[in-house]
Write a protein that binds this ligand. Structure first.
Ligand code: LRH
Ligand code: MN
Ligand code: MN
Length: 388
């Protein structure tokens, strides 16, 4: 039997970070469908993120992406977020949207371009100093499209050199989270294609270098929960970029494509001690809402993570261990599936009510009239978009 009050306590402490870019317009390379009421400034993105926290109670921080969220005064932006009831979370770097980066950023064969990319990464650490952020998220689109295009090994040397320079610059309470991705935009070879490559670079640098698992960045069929278990065991799991995918890096709502996979991942997090705040695992969303309403999409995503976490916490650890130890294959699987098949929605509704929230965050958000209000207020001016 699992103690439900302990499960509720654990769920009350949950912290899921939403990304500023989820609130802006986004699309595919074929079309960006502009939505009404979309934020025009970083402050307005923070306003929207604060709504997600207001109705779910478990999304108290928002990640920024630089230069999409460029402002003159980052300390003032962080103070503004606090006034709205949220904090600025991870600072995401962007060395993938400048013409200079056509052949790569930190692994570019041209030293001047490598320097420019590194300067951006270091500037993002300055921003962290101003916002009080703990995490710098590094993702590189670097790679090649054609065999022989550049020297794979030399590019690894350049990557190592840049990462070491960023590592050096980190303050005592700062760390970087190194993201990997199998492919796209590079189609032949990516400089950090998988967790092994990220892990090896992080291991060499030390404890302030951690791996981040973006759930949409693997080959189909990859056992992501194994990666999670492995990294946690090694003390190298820095966090997640949650989203879900049917085909490639779809960036759909987490838990939409494969709720069972999300449950299996959250089970390994719980099993490996990653749910304990001391483990330092950051639970972040990295999504785009191309055709659905954005704030509601974020609320739904937060709820999907909450549901998977509740189920993971409900796994009867004692019964599972007993079945595993006695070689009871089907018994162990049944214990696991019992938790996954539990309808945790009533438990979460009750938990919300106990914390003074509405049982149904989406209904409460819709009834609040926030959407109509911002559609009116944000009629004029340029809406922020993925890349703006
Ligand atoms: C790359 C990625 C990375 C970027 C974000 C916008 O695919 O996952 O985290 O910063 O998308
Ligand atoms: Mn990501
Ligand atoms: Mn991605």
């Amino acid at each position: 039997m699992t103690d439900t009050s302990a499960v509720k306590d654990a769920l009350r402490r949950q912290h899921i970070e939403t990304p500023s870019w989820a609130y802006g317009n986004s699309g595919t390379r074929f079309k960006v469908f502009a939505q009404r009421g979309v934020p025009r400034t970083p402050r307005e993105k923070i306003d929207d993120a604060a709504q997600v926290h207001r109705f779910t109670g478990v999304a108290p921080s928002v990640a920024l992406h630089i230069p999409w969220d460029t402002v003159d005064d980052y300390a003032a932006l962080a103070a503004y977020a606090k006034e709205r009831g949220v904090e600025v979370g991870a600072i995401n770097t962007n060395v993938f949207q400048d013409d200079d980066y056509m052949l790569g950023s930190v692994t570019n064969p041209d030293p001047a371009i490598r320097r420019k990319a590194l300067d951006h990464l270091l500037e993002c650490v300055d921003i962290m100093d101003a916002t009080g952020s703990r995490d710098l998220k590094l993702w590189f689109s670097d790679g090649t499209n054609y065999p022989g295009q550049d020297d794979i090994r030399a590019r690894q040397d350049r990557m190592a050199e840049a990462l070491a320079a960023v590592y050096e610059r980190l303050g005592d309470h700062q760390r970087f989270l190194l993201e990997y991705k199998l492919f796209e935009p590079a189609f032949y070879m990516t400089d950090l294609p998988d967790w092994g490559a990220s892990y090896a670079h992080c291991l060499k640098l030390g404890p302030k270098a951690q791996v981040v698992v973006d759930t949409g960045h693997h080959a189909p069929g990859t056992n992501i929960e194994f990666i999670v278990a492995f990294l946690l065991r090694e003390g190298k799991l820095g966090g997640f970029d949650f989203n879900s995918r049917f085909y490639a890096d779809d960036d759909l709502m987490v838990g939409a494509a494969d709720p069972f996979q999300l449950f299996r991942i959250m089970y390994e997090v719980v099993r490996g001690g990653g749910y304990d705040p001391a483990a330092g695992v950051a639970f972040m969303l990295d999504q785009c809402h191309n055709i659905e309403p954005k704030i509601q999409g974020q609320i739904r995503s937060v709820m999907n993570v909450q549901e998977a976490t509740a189920k993971a916490l409900l796994v009867d650890a004692g019964a599972l261990r007993a079945a595993q130890d006695s070689g009871d294959v089907l018994g162990a699987n049944a214990v696991f599936m019992d938790a996954f098949n539990t309808d945790v929605r009533p438990l979460l509704a009750e938990l919300r009510e106990e914390t003074g929230l509405h049982r149904d965050p989406i209904a409460a958000y819709v009834a609040s009239g926030y959407y109509e209000k911002v559609v009116e207020e944000r009629k004029d001016g340029q809406a922020a978009g993925w890349g703006a």
